[in-house]
Ligand binder design. Structure first.
Ligand code: ADP
Ligand code: 5GP
Length: 213
């Protein structure tokens, strides 16, 4: 047990550091961007980050294998099932979910080091994760990306060329359930013409950021 002098010496420092973190977190916005696989979330977010460089993307963890060109720590933190379990048990995730037989989650460290510094953060996550964030962070801005049609979604998944036919069918089955949840979201953006969708997204984000300054 530490002696009282040491405790007394440390307590004010800890309290002020905590207050500073809470104050910054209250200013930094969290944007949740969700929608079915293949709708264009990654593509839209890349453009959004170019237009609004003050935004940062939280790098998720997953147990799926890297696609060609994907890098550990840049596109995802690629974890084994055992590592993922360990992180869940340690309470390291803000949210996590199973998706198409693999696991995905937002690491608390990825999110908090940005919000603590006042940096607005984008989470690109699927529906179950978005619902968890809605419960734990109701102040987060939730945006659902819609495809112009189910046929267009299929064409994008096929065109992306990263999933085999079976995986594409599984993603399309999940997409039907996800599309049914669009009314839960405060903002819905249809990704038909890419430029229009990026502009709509930028308007939503800019308004939210301006409303906090
Ligand atoms: P997600 O991150 O939602 O899974 P991606 O960003 O990987 O989706 O996009 C899936 C595919 O659709 C990619 O090949 C991408 O180039 C393409 N795409 C994205 N937006 C559009 C759009 N507005 N019109 C046509 N193709 C698009
Ligand atoms: P992909 O395998 O295509 O990269 O991602 C599959 C799905 O997982 C996408 O809908 C993507 O948004 C979602 N996803 C990516 N990271 C996370 C995360 O950290 N948490 C949750 N819940 N979903 C995620």
């Amino acid at each position: 047990m530490p002696d009282l002098a040491e405790q007394d010496h440390r307590r004010p420092l800890r309290a002020s550091a905590h207050r500073a973190r809470v104050a910054a977190a209250a200013i930094a916005r969290v944007f949740v961007i969700t929608g079915p696989s293949g709708v264009g979330k990654g593509t839209l977010i890349r453009s959004l980050l170019q237009r609004l460089p003050q935004l940062q993307l939280s790098v998720s963890a997953t147990t799926r294998s890297p696609r060609p060109g994907e890098q550990h720590g840049v596109d995802y933190w690629f974890l084994s099932d055992a590592d993922f379990d360990e992180r869940v048990a340690a309470g390291d995730f803000v949210e996590h979910a199973d998706y198409s037989g693999k696991r995905y989650g937002t690491l608390r460290s990825e999110l908090e080091r940005r919000t603590a510094a006042g940096v607005p953060v984008v989470l690109e996550i699927e529906l179950q994760g978005a619902r968890q964030v809605r419960e734990t962070m109701p102040e987060a801005v939730q945006i659902f990306i819609l495809p112009p049609s189910e046929d267009a979604l299929r064409a994008r998944l096929v065109g992306r060329g990263t999933d085999d036919a079976e995986q594409i069918e599984a993603r399309l089955r999940t997409a039907k359930q996800e599309l049914a949840a669009q009314d839960e979201f405060g903002h819905v953006v249809v990704n038909d013409r890419l430029e229009d969708a990026v502009a709509a997204l930028e308007t939503i984000v800019t308004r939210e950021l301006d409303s906090r300054t």
